[in-house]
Design a protein around this ligand. Structure first.
Ligand SMILES: Cc1ncc(COP(=O)(O)O)c(C=O)c1O
Length: 417
């Protein structure tokens, strides 16, 4: 058993060893945050699995005792990079280490050779602010035209993005899944057009990574940024940036340090010469020392998620999402997007699109339902005026039935007939 520190130390890393038995009790032991309440808030923070915590403790012990082995940390970086690459089906060197989504998006924004009159196409209404400001900043600094298309009832409309492109479009950006209301975007449709026209397609995938099966080749994205604190069940301050080799190797990083330069097996602090070669693909975007605690944790979490398999995770989560949507609709409550369909992700919102501020609602029914859910230990959020519930592999049918039961008792007293 790897579910406590002793087990972790006895059996070594989870890496390559974790095999999901299919028994939810295993997952409940792996993710103790699921116990004693209904945790439906992976869209803010995923739960840390026990082996990740154990690995972090071992790492901190090394720092406290002065026994840290730097080569072992570099090996951990290599394994973690390879593991994320396996998850999204790209080459290992197409993955850079970042600190979050924002840094990944900004690395791409800063590394394109913008020319006057170039434009970026985006749906600002639906984006998280961290995929808004990089483009507004580019407009201020470089005069890049930021073309925002309107949302369609909470959806990022693929055809609207395509229609807004012209011969001066250099980059299109979209979220694979929006943070609110949580709709899945039709990335591949946009990706096919971008690929044909040589336009960079950049995805913010933080709300889908580790939860929905992701194949960057099939989606035809050129860049994809994530942070590890949500579906990847890791720490804040750690992220990954995928950049497709064909693009990355045409890009000059805006920031450069030792790890972005190819010096073969030379020491980490060695200087080669002022005539240098950039690292292959996305590795040129790596900067100085890594977030080792974040990587030590991500290695374990990725091993667990890859061990289960993202196809299995996606199937599980979409099945739960459908059960939840059907149950909420049966109570007569509004679910943006209606019945489950191609737009469905791991996030289910309750309420109406456009009914509130960032974490408040103008709809008293939403505020009241949210308070009732909290009173009954259903961990959730309000986003853009709606109750937001989010699922991962550690959620179960029992969680869904419980939240529906709690919503039913609220509905019996409060909902309109
Ligand atoms: C869609 C989306 N993008 C980005 C972020 C956060 O960005 P970062 O990782 O840079 O903090 C969030 C949530 O925190 C999000 O939901």
């Amino acid at each position: 058993m790897l579910y406590d520190r002793a087990g972790f130390e006895r059996e070594g890393r989870v890496n390559e060893q974790f095999r999901y038995s299919g028994d939810p009790a295993d997952l409940s032991a792996l993710f103790p945050g699921t116990q004693g309440r209904t945790y439906l808030s992976t869209c803010t923070r995923g739960l840390l699995p026990v082996p990740a915590r154990a690995a972090l403790d071992v790492h901190l012990d090394g720092l406290e005792n002065g026994t840290t082995d730097k080569d072992a940390l570099f090996s951990c970086i290599d394994r973690t990079r390879a593991s994320f690459a396996r998850m999204i089906r790209c080459d290992t060197d197409e993955v850079a280490f970042t600190k979050n989504v924002s840094e990944g998006l900004n690395i791409i924004a800063a590394s394109i050779d913008w020319q006057p009159g170039d434009n970026v196409v985006v749906c600002l209404d639906v984006e998280h602010p961290n995929n808004v400001y990089p483009w507004l900043n580019l407009r201020e600094r470089m005069g890049v035209d930021v073309r925002s298309v309107p949302q369609r009832e909470g959806h990022v409309d693929a055809q609207s993005l395509i229609d807004a492109m012209d011969g001066r479009t250099r980059l299109v950006t979209l979220p694979t899944v929006s943070f609110s209301p949580g709709f899945r975007a039709d990335v591949a449709t946009v990706g096919n057009v971008c690929r044909d026209r040589g336009v960079f397609l950049l995805a913010d995938a933080v709300q889908s990574a580790g939860i929905l099966d992701t194949d960057v080749g099939a989606l035809k994205v050129d860049g994809l940024a994530v942070s590890t604190q949500k579906g990847l069940c890791g720490l804040y301050g750690m992220g990954f940036l995928y950049c497709r080799r064909a693009w990355a190797e045409r890009m000059t990083p805006a920031y450069l340090a030792r790890f972005g330069v190819d010096l073969g097996d030379a020491h980490e602090a060695a200087f080669g010469s002022d005539n240098y070669t950039l690292m292959p693909a996305a590795r040129r975007f790596d900067l100085g020392n890594y977030n080792y605690p974040g990587a030590v944790v991500a290695e374990q979490s990725l091993a667990i998620l890859n061990g289960i398999g993202t196809r299995t995770i996606e199937a599980h989560v979409l099945c739960l999402a459908k059960r939840l949507i059907d149950g909420v609709l049966a109570l007569g409550l509004a679910v943006p997007g209606g019945e489950a369909g191609a737009h469905t992700s791991s996030i289910v919102s309750i309420g109406k699109v456009g009914s509130g501020g960032h974490d408040t609602s103008d709809d008293p029914m939403v505020t009241s339902l949210s308070a009732h859910l909290s009173e009954h230990d259903v961990v959730h959020t309000i986003r853009r005026g709606m109750v937001r519930l989010a699922l991962h592999i550690y959620n179960t049918e029992d969680d869904i039935d419980r939240v529906l039961e709690v919503a039913k008792t609220w509905s019996a007293k409060n909902a309109p007939n």
